[in-house]
Design a protein. Structure first.
Lengths: 310, 443
């Protein structure tokens, strides 16, 4: 199968075929990560710019490792959005960087659509590493990779996204990707953290964790953004944990083993208890490992690589 | 004498009318004067000296053949941001007036969100001085509160005496019900409308687009319809309580239209305006993140758009305005959440109104003339321009059937932030005449 996408802006814009190609390709890279020598010459001579306008630790490191393992040359550019807003425009900044001859841009930005803006004005391949509350496609891809790895396939499986859904780029990319691959998707959280009309995307909305536990194969537990309390979207962390926190006791109603996922960083004791985070069903650290493989696959395919790797 | 498209048709600048000119073969639509038929017009020294059948062979002055064109009283856009003083890089009174003339308008009202705001006699005088002698009449709208801060009333009586035709804190809602009540009560003395930018700002902070399915898909912060409806409900109640005149700026939601409809039925002095972008586009246009789809109030849903069309059709909405809001290229060519709200509209309004309203059968041309040439003047208590012997000619002339493509290089606005660039529109401005001057549209 040939890979069609020129950029990875979001899973909403990516075909099911390309998503499957990325996941299949990532499987080969995942094997590479278990080899003693983890480096491939695939992107030798290519220059990748990591443009991070928002603080990030794990996504940035994961991309950097993916790039290094493919032997790309790397440039890192980090800036706080506030300082950039005062000075040069985003477009001037990236055009200047592009003028130094680069091939790919991995961008994280506070504004939804910032990667789309770059794709419009640059010749480089653009990878969205998180644009505001819009999409975080590589996170969803690594989540789906992990589900495939553990459950065999995604089609027909029931996946619940739990917690802070509103303005969650992880939730949106998961919904777009999982629906395309045939999963049943539930969202569950306080009504103030579920965005309006999300059911039109074909997801089912719940507000009671105990109702979803018996139905699901996967719980993808989202990080609660703590400033939401200040914004008046929920009354207290205590109440949040008591009603929406995933604890071992809650999981006792499960009818089958449930895969426990979390994109990190976790608020232990709030959206997830340590007994769940560290349980045998938790694949949270495997997600992180798989993230490198998935990002290698994305970079490799966007650079024009075929889906078979030697 | 041969009918000629005269030398005066050059575009780019206002030109003095010839001492004597015959507008031949145009169809006149003047709702006030109750004319809707082909008639000729003779203008002498800027004044209409004859309306009827005039033989061009025996006519001693210049002749302009307007076969296939419609002539109406001059159009007014009562909601325009001219940006001067303060942001002359985006627009000036001169460039905004040229854009208005290019788009078929002979009058505009300029909103007070300038810097400094139009909250003193001096600024009103400045605007009058800067717009003196041009074809387009510029009517300033004064601020409701000093610096548009929503704290203290401006000297409303003085503003009106100096030339303000209405008051508004446009861009900012007046969040205090008490202050809004007093503004309405006070302005009643001089019988001017209070124009409300209707938005409960406690609900719209950080909002970038209409809150609904599309904002969920795009991860953009929402501006809920209910934030507008709450304020319109409040201000209708205050208008009823005070008996003052309240005008809803850029109405955008289905329930807002219904609120105005019910208030009018109860005899409350409320009027409303709608923009071409709200009756043409929906929030689906935001997909792709074109910042020329970012305006406040935001593009709403198809249901809301249909309600605006119905409101225009049944008279609930009195006026079409553009909310012409110029912004510099580099400000709009930015991340969606950092781009300023607003689009320009003066040069696309006529084409959009004819394409979306008349051509699709929502309203007829007579109704359109009411929305753009009659009701704005009525609401502002100004004499309504008419086409009859003895008055100064104030005319909008357009080609109702001409199909054209919107080309940003032909805009005379200093800015080009329009989502309609590249659109094919039916109905094109041809020329405007006012103050003994003519301007030929070069769109």
């Amino acid at each position: 199968m040939t890979f069609q996408s020129e950029h990875l802006l979001g899973l909403d814009d990516t075909s099911a075929e390309d998503i499957v190609t990325i996941l299949d390709t990532a499987r080969s890279f995942r094997e590479v990560l278990d080899r003693p020598i983890k480096r491939l010459p695939t992107l030798q001579g290519k220059t990748v710019v990591n443009l991070f306008y928002e603080p990030s630790t794990r996504t940035r490191i994961s991309f950097e490792l993916a790039e290094k393992r493919l032997s790309a040359d790397i440039v890192n550019f980090s800036a706080s959005t506030s300082s950039v807003k005062k000075g040069e425009t985003l477009i001037d900044t990236v055009k200047n960087i592009e003028a130094m001859k680069i091939d790919m841009v991995v961008v994280r930005h506070i504004s939804p659509g910032a990667p789309h803006l770059l794709a419009r004005v640059l010749d480089a391949n653009i990878v969205n590493a998180g644009d505001g509350g819009h999409e975080h496609p590589t996170q969803a891809l690594l989540d789906m990779f992990t589900m495939r790895q553990k459950l065999g396939s995604i089609e027909g499986k029931t996946v619940a996204l739990v917690g802070d859904i509103s303005h969650s780029r992880v939730a949106m990319s998961n919904i777009y990707g999982l629906k395309k691959l045939g999963a049943r998707v539930l969202v569950c959280g306080p009504s103030t953290l579920i965005p309006r009309e999300i059911e039109k995307l074909g997801v089912e909305v719940y507000h009671n964790i105990d109702e979803i536990i018996p139905q699901v194969d996967v719980l993808n537990i989202l990080r609660l953004q703590l400033e939401r309390q200040r914004q008046g979207l929920f009354p207290s962390l205590r109440e949040y944990h008591n009603y929406f926190g995933i604890t071992r006791e809650r999981l006792e109603d499960a009818t089958r083993p449930i895969l426990i996922m979390h994109p990190g960083p976790m608020n232990r004791g709030i959206e997830i208890s340590s007994s769940v985070a560290d349980s045998e069903h938790s694949v949270i650290l495997e997600q992180v490992t798989n993230g490198v493989a998935v990002r290698m696959a994305v970079l490799y395919l966007l650079a024009g690589g075929r889906s078979e790797i030697n | 004498m041969k009918l000629t498209k005269n030398v005066i048709i050059t575009g780019k600048a206002y030109e003095k009318l010839p001492a004597k000119i015959l507008l031949k073969n145009g169809r006149i639509i003047d709702v006030e004067g109750k004319i809707n038929e082909q008639r000729d017009i003779v203008i002498e020294a800027g004044k209409i000296s004859e309306v009827g059948k005039v033989d061009s062979n025996n006519f001693s002055g210049q002749v302009l053949d307007l076969e296939g064109k419609i002539i109406t009283p001059g159009w007014m856009d009562m909601h325009v941001h001219l940006r001067e003083p303060g942001s002359e890089g985006k627009e000036t009174i001169a460039s905004g007036s040229l854009a208005a003339a290019n788009g078929g308008f002979t009058a505009v009202c300029c909103m007070p969100n300038t810097n400094p705001a139009i909250d003193s006699q001096e600024i009103i005088q400045y605007i009058k001085d800067r717009s003196k002698g041009t074809l387009v009449n510029v009517y300033p709208i004064g601020a409701i509160t000093k610096k548009r801060e929503g704290k203290e009333l401006t000297e409303i009586l003085e503003l009106v005496e100096q030339g303000a035709v209405a008051i508004s804190d446009d861009g900012n809602p007046v969040m205090s019900a008490e202050l809004m009540r007093r503004a309405l009560e006070y302005s009643k003395m001089v019988d001017i409308p209070v124009i409300g930018h209707e938005e409960d700002s406690t609900m719209t902070e950080d909002g970038d687009m209409h809150e609904g399915f599309v904002s969920t898909c795009l991860g953009l912060h929402g501006i809920p319809a209910v934030a507008e409806e709450i304020m319109i409900s409040r201000d209708i109640k205050l208008a009823e309580y005070t008996g003052a005149r309240f005008h809803v700026a850029h109405i955008s939601t289905r329930n807002s239209v219904e609120l105005v409809r019910q208030a009018k039925a109860r005899g409350i002095h409320v009027t409303a305006e709608a923009t071409p972008h709200h009756f043409t586009l929906t929030d689906e246009a935001v997909r792709g993140f074109d910042t020329n789809t970012k305006m406040n109030p935001p593009l709403r849903t198809e249901e809301d758009r249909q309600a605006i069309l119905e409101g225009l059709r049944d008279g609930t909405i009195d006026v079409v305005v553009t909310d012409h809001a110029p912004h510099a290229f580099e400000e709009k060519e930015a991340e969606y959440i950092f781009a300023p709200f607003g689009i320009i509209g003066l040069e696309t309004a006529l084409g959009l109104a004819i394409s979306q309203l008349v051509d699709k059968g929502v309203i007829d041309f007579e109704h359109l003339v009411g929305l753009l040439a009659v009701q704005p003047y009525r609401i502002l208590n100004l004499p309504v321009p008419v086409i009859k012997k003895g008055v100064m000619a104030n005319l909008t002339i357009f080609s109702p059937e001409e199909v054209w493509t919107v080309n940003k290089d032909k805009f005379l606005s200093k800015s080009s932030n329009s989502p309609f660039v590249g659109w094919k529109l039916k109905g094109k401005p041809f020329a405007v005449i006012n103050n003994n001057q003519i301007f030929a549209s070069n769109l």
